[in-house]
Each structure stands twice: as C-alpha cells, then as structure tokens.
Write a protein that binds this ligand. Structure first.
Ligand code: ROI
Length: 175
C-alpha cells in the first residue's frame, strides 16, 4: 500500500488542538491508516509579513486513496476545521500538505509532489526526519540528510506538545 507523507501546520486558534484533530480525522479516512507521527515543532513564520508562530508536524499514512482523492480529503478536513483562505501566505487554522506520495513525482496544476517548497522548509524537513527512513532518498530530491544539511533550523524548536495519537496496530484491517 502506498505511503504518503503529510505536513501539518497551524498558527491560529489553538494550534495543538487543531493538529491533533487533523491527525484524528486523517486516521478516520476510508482505506487510510496513520503509520507514523513526528514530534511537534514550534517555528516562527516563514514568509512575508508578521504573523503568529506556528506549530508544525509530519505524519505518514498508508492509504489506498490515490493522490487526488487524498488531496480532496485533506482539503475537506481543512475546511471542516474552519480554514480561511483569504490571504496567500497568511495565517491559518490548519494547513495540510501532501509532501510525498510513494515514489511518485506529480506535476499537475492541482497537485505537485514532492511538494515544490519542501526542500527549503525547515518546518517540514526536521519533523519529517523524526519518522522518515534514513536510507531512503526522497523522489527527485536525494537524501534527507543532505537536505537537512542545507536547511538550517533557524527559529525552529522542538515543542513539548505532542500529537497524542495512538498508532493503530499494523495488522488491523483497513475500513
Ligand atoms: N511558516 C512556518 N513556520 N510554518 C508553516 O507551516 C508555514 N506555512 C506557510 C507559510 C506562510 C509559508 N509559512 C509558514 O504556508
């Protein structure tokens, strides 16, 4: 079953609550199981303008949903958790990005995988490193160790907050 890696971010409302609710909702998707979750990281906002600090994390799912069905499902969760999309690069209650989907490289208008900005984003790479297999190159991007070496963790700290999500037993049937 394909493994997909999903980045989570929030800097409005109660970010820890938002991230936990999102992981729970993802774990309830049809034909999908959460197989790993990173620690939670606090980061100052990257991008233009002033905005509150973020909490960021990364999870891995095993899923029978194709990439676009997974994207639809993640966007529905963002909407259900009250995401406003008023300002590009602006603060958000919940941001869910597909970082990687198996070995696939997808360049469509709706979905680009690997996520085109991930190599420059410490708030994605460091959480990913908590759970990504060390010996496995990222499709088209090379080793994670190399990406980390080129992306200093400035303004990024490991939070004491956790996602609080119990991983299901690997042999539990998918529903
Ligand atoms: N900055 C941080 N630190 N974390 C994010 O999740 C995040 N998401 C974004 C932008 C606005 C690029 N900056 C961010 O979309």
């Amino acid at each position: 079953m394909p493994a997909a890696w999903i980045a989570l971010g929030s800097n409005l409302g109660e970010p820890a609550v938002q991230l936990r609710a999102a992981v729970n909702a993802i774990g309830l998707l049809a034909q999908t199981r959460v197989t790993a979750r990173s620690g939670v990281f606090a980061s100052s906002a990257v991008g233009p303008g002033q905005q509150p600090n973020y909490l960021n994390a990364v999870i891995c799912v095993a899923t029978e949903l194709g990439p676009l069905d997974l994207l639809d499902a993640l966007q529905a969760i963002e909407q259900a958790q009250g995401r406003e999309r008023s300002v590009r690069w602006g603060p958000r209650t919940l941001d869910l990005d597909i970082l990687l989907y198996g070995e696939q490289q997808i360049r469509s208008t709706r979905l680009q995988v690997p996520h085109p900005a991930m190599a420059q984003r410490h708030f994605v790479l460091y959480p990913l490193a908590d759970i990504y297999p060390g010996d496995q190159p990222l499709p088209g991007l090379g080793s994670l160790a190399n990406l980390l070496a080129q992306c200093p963790a400035v303004g990024l700290t490991r939070s004491t907050v956790t996602l609080d999500y119990d991983l299901p037993h690997p042999r539990e049937p998918l529903t």
